[in-house]
Design a protein around this ligand. Structure first.
Ligand SMILES: [Zn+2]
Ligand SMILES: [Zn+2]
Length: 255
């Protein structure tokens, strides 16, 4: 498996970090997790085969996680001749189908007839989904918005877990235990903590309980970057810590 952290920022726009979005290559599956503003251009930069994305999984409906979804669809339809014909599966928590319906109403004709079949799957927390070629996606509920979920992608005995946006929840750490890569949001510095997001100390606590082989941090608001994130996390978690960057790739050898 291969993880590319495409968008490691938030709605506090910076040139270096676009909104949330991460790509997992696993066998024949190309799964984009979240599609915030800026992700389409990061795909163009770092994923030459972006037209072959087979699955898009959305963690929750905040605009910094879905803002480029319609743009990506438009690109698939009109950026090449002929346009995309391969099927797409769009996955999300309950409400993704209604949300996609509203986007379709807003953008109109072309989105009703993209030229490629779209299957929409609402995944319940606790459920798992077979994406084909030995890849499985499962979801768990996280405390952020009512619909918010985190995802786990497994193939060949390897596992990537992505928090999406979340507040601190010991149950999540339990669920994430033993992941090869834990891609974990790290929004705010310790002295600005809120129940809907994680601070570096809380990321460290989650990692200390989940014990991933590698902790990759993402979703940085500017104030947290003015602190020593790595040192704070490392006071709780002794394992490997990486501060995510847009376009960074992580190889995970399968069994
Ligand atoms: Zn959010
Ligand atoms: Zn967010």
């Amino acid at each position: 498996m291969r993880l590319v952290t495409l968008g490691t920022g938030t709605v506090a726009f910076t040139p270096e970090r676009v909104c949330a979005g991460h790509l997992v290559h696993a066998g024949a599956v190309m799964l984009l997790m979240d599609c915030g503003s800026g992700i389409t251009h990061r795909l163009a930069q770092h994923v030459p085969r972006w037209r072959e994305i087979s699955h898009v999984a959305i963690t929750h409906f905040h605009t910094d996680h879905i803002g480029d979804l319609a743009t990506l669809m438009f690109g698939w339809k009109y950026s090449s001749i002929p346009g995309r014909s391969a099927p797409l599966t769009l996955i999300g928590p309950a409400g993704i189908s209604a949300l996609f319906g509203r986007l379709t109403d807003a953008f109109g004709g072309w989105m009703r007839d993209t030229g490629f079949p779209i299957t929409i799957v609402e995944i319940a927390p606790g459920a798992s989904l077979d994406l084909g070629d030995g890849v499985s996606l499962s979801a768990t509920k996280v405390p952020h918005t009512p619909e918010s979920v985190a995802y786990s992608v497994t193939r060949g005995g390897r596992r990537v877990v992505y928090t999406g946006d979340t507040g601190y929840d010991p149950m999540f750490a339990e669920w994430a235990r033993g992941a090869d890569v834990l891609l974990c949001e790290c929004s705010l510095p310790d002295d600005m903590g809120i129940p809907e997001h994680l601070t570096p100390s809380q990321c460290g606590a989650v990692a200390a309980a989940a014990l991933p082989k590698q902790l990759v941090l993402t979703h940085f608001y500017p104030p947290v970057e003015r602190t020593d994130v790595r040192a704070t996390v490392a006071t709780h978690f002794a394992g490997r810590i990486t501060l995510g960057e847009d376009g960074a790739a992580f190889e995970i050898e399968e069994d």
